[in-house]
Design a protein around this ligand. Structure first.
Ligand SMILES: C[S@@+](CC[C@H](N)C(=O)[O-])C[C@H]1O[C@@H](n2cnc3c(N)ncnc32)[C@H](O)[C@@H]1O
Length: 214
């Protein structure tokens, strides 16, 4: 399955596939339509310089996946995580060459395929399309703790949000020793979106080193 690029807001198959899932699972899908190509391009510009290996959380219909591949990330160096079975299957048809896992992003560090991918080489960034804003603090904590367990000390997590503020509770950031900085804002998305970059605070000891590749 290779959907046609129609415009910046996605093609009809992609939009319809996504919309159907929103009708069925509005809370976890967290958006009515896929992100725009413009937001996806911004996400890619937030990657750390020289990033080669990336994990994507909540890949949906693959807007960010496409942009990551177009930016030069090799399919073998990209692992996408999606827990919705229909979207996981859609992604498998659209991107047969990437690593694709059907899993809950809250269990990231316990998923075998993810551990294997990280053991093959360091992952410089995690791109998240998850609706963190609609998650409880406990869920946010699980997602971020698991993600930073996989990243090296200078690794970053890139997250977009429709809200005007950091989409993670301040106490969760404090507990995990993380800081967030706004990277950019784009009007060219429905709704307009901000991108934040999460990284470890310098003052906090790094604990999550167990899975890193050489
Ligand atoms: C706001 S959509 C973003 C989709 C896509 N990244 C985009 O920007 O168009 C959130 C996606 O995360 C997935 N998702 C939500 N919670 C998840 C979880 N705990 N683990 C894995 N995927 C999840 C949803 O199924 C949905 O595809």
């Amino acid at each position: 399955m290779q959907p046609q690029k129609a415009d910046g807001l996605g093609n009809r198959t992609e939009i319809w596939t996504f919309f159907r899932q929103w009708l069925r699972r509005p809370l976890s899908t967290a958006a009515v339509s896929p992100s725009s190509r413009f937001l996806a391009q911004r996400i890619v510009t937030a990657l750390p310089e020289g990033a080669e290996r990336v994990i994507e959380l909540g890949a949906g219909t693959g807007t960010f996946t496409r942009a990551l591949l177009d930016s030069g990330i090799k399919p073998a160096n990209l692992l996408a995580v999606e827990f919705n079975p229909e979207l996981h299957s859609y992604l498998g048809g659209r991107f047969p060459d990437i690593h694709l896992v059907r899993a809950d992003a809250r269990d990231l560090a316990r998923v075998e395929e993810v551990s294997r991918f990280v053991a093959q080489g360091p992952v410089q960034a995690i791109v998240s399309g998850l609706g963190l804003l609609s998650m409880t603090r406990q869920m946010q904590h699980s997602v971020l703790a698991g993600a930073f367990e996989l990243l090296p000390a200078d690794g970053t997590l890139i997250q977009f949000t429709y809200g005007p503020r950091v989409p993670v509770a301040a106490e969760v950031l404090r507990e995990l020793g993380l800081r967030a900085s706004q990277h950019s804002f784009t009007l060219l998305n429905l709704p307009p979106a901000r991108i934040y970059i999460f990284s470890r605070s310098r003052s906090v000891a790094v604990t999550g080193q167990r899975l890193h590749g050489a």
